[in-house]
Design a protein around this ligand. Structure first.
Ligand code: UDP
Length: 338
């Protein structure tokens, strides 16, 4: 693997992929920089591209819509143009269940009406539409749009996991930061939904299952000349409430997570989970892990890397102690308020 610069995550990925990792080549390129992107395509031929790059914070997208449209939509347009001109026309794209908005019923099948509820969701929806148009205009394109439900968990080694900057937006990164003492309590957004216990219900999927879903999608692209532009849900088909998820994490980590019940978060829907039949039938893929495994691996990652890929702030100047979740930790002011 060629590493330009020092990226702990990439180094850990190389180790995790062991002998395969030796053949990896890494370039750090902004998709908005088309010239730089083109340089990569002049150096290598790509049989297929898996496009994960994008901004993903809903709240930030409401505050900075142009930033989201430029980055997520323009970046993808550049990629599609460059791929097209270098004759590389197989693509797997990371879409999101957010394109279902507030679904009319659950589980969501892939043919449900699409209605994103915020700029982030619209960037995913617009890119999906662009890909459908592209395939109509040029049937040589083979594209698979994967609608992720709620990815959680971490690599079972405990070496690779999510490390959000600033205050986490999503449930499980927040829970894990409470568990390691970086935050004092979890705010539960809404307890009056029409769900099993009043809290929001989502379809959480282990990142390892998400990864195998991508392998299955790539295999499908290469083996199905008439795949066109096809959508698949990547979820487990099971709905889990916020309180159920917290309880599963508490069991895995053997600790209590302090909760504060708050008002609903604007723009949140009550209940979303996936219909999984299409992916099972056509991709031959089915999620293998339940919430117990998700929480086990989330806690394994969190407890081994309480500050993610950054070194501990234990001795840092201006650090202050925070709630101790069973580990001895301190957190810098910058981290605590970022
Ligand atoms: N949630 C919560 N507290 C948080 C973050 C999320 O109660 O700090 C709830 C949220 O209202 C939703 C569920 O957890 O019901 C999943 O939220 P997340 O942001 O992870 O995913 P999304 O809403 O995008 O599906």
């Amino acid at each position: 693997m060629i590493l330009e610069g020092s990226f702990p995550l990439l180094q850990r990925c190389v180790l995790a992929t062991s002998k395969n990792g030796r053949n990896l080549v890494f370039y750090q390129v902004d998709l908005c920089n088309k010239d730089a992107l083109e340089q990569v395509f002049t150096s290598h031929h790509f049989d297929a591209v898996v496009h994960f790059a994008g901004l993903k914070a809903v709240g930030e997208s409401v505050a900075k819509p142009l930033h989201y449209y430029i980055n997520n939509v323009n970046g993808t347009l550049n990629l599609l143009e460059v791929m097209s001109s270098y004759g590389s026309k197989k693509l797997v794209f990371s879409s999101s269940a957010t394109v279902y908005g507030q679904p009319k019923s659950v589980p969501c099948t892939e043919d449900f009406p699409l209605q994103a509820m915020n700029p982030y969701g619209r960037t995913k929806l617009f890119v999906e539409e662009i890909m459908r148009d592209l395939h109509r205009a040029d049937p040589e394109w083979r594209t698979i749009l994967l609608r992720y439900f709620n990815p959680v968990g971490a690599h079972p080694s405990g070496r690779i996991g999510e490390d959000p900057r600033g205050i986490p937006n999503n449930l499980m990164p927040f829970v894990q930061q409470v568990a390691v003492g970086r935050r004092s309590e979890l705010s539960v957004f809404g307890s009056d939904y029409n769900t099993k216990d009043g809290t929001g219900v989502r379809d959480y999927i282990h990142v390892q299952d998400l990864a195998t879903g991508h392998s299955a999608a790539l295999f499908k692209l290469f083996t199905t000349p008439n795949i066109g532009c096809t959508v698949y849900n990547l979820g487990t088909g099971k709905g889990t409430s916020v309180l159920e998820m917290v309880a599963a994490f508490e069991k895995a980590a053997q600790m209590k997570i302090p909760l504060r019940i708050m008002d609903r978060r604007p723009g949140d829907c009550s209940e979303v989970y996936a219909a999984t039949e299409k992916a099972e039938k056509e991709l031959g893929w089915k999620a293998q892990n339940g919430i117990e495994e998700m929480c086990r691996d989330q806690w394994n990652w969190a407890s081994k890397n309480p500050f993610g890929y950054r070194p501990s702030h234990a001795d840092g100047k201006g650090s202050k102690p925070v709630r101790n979740g069973g580990l001895s930790l301190r957190v810098s002011n910058a981290t605590a308020v970022a």
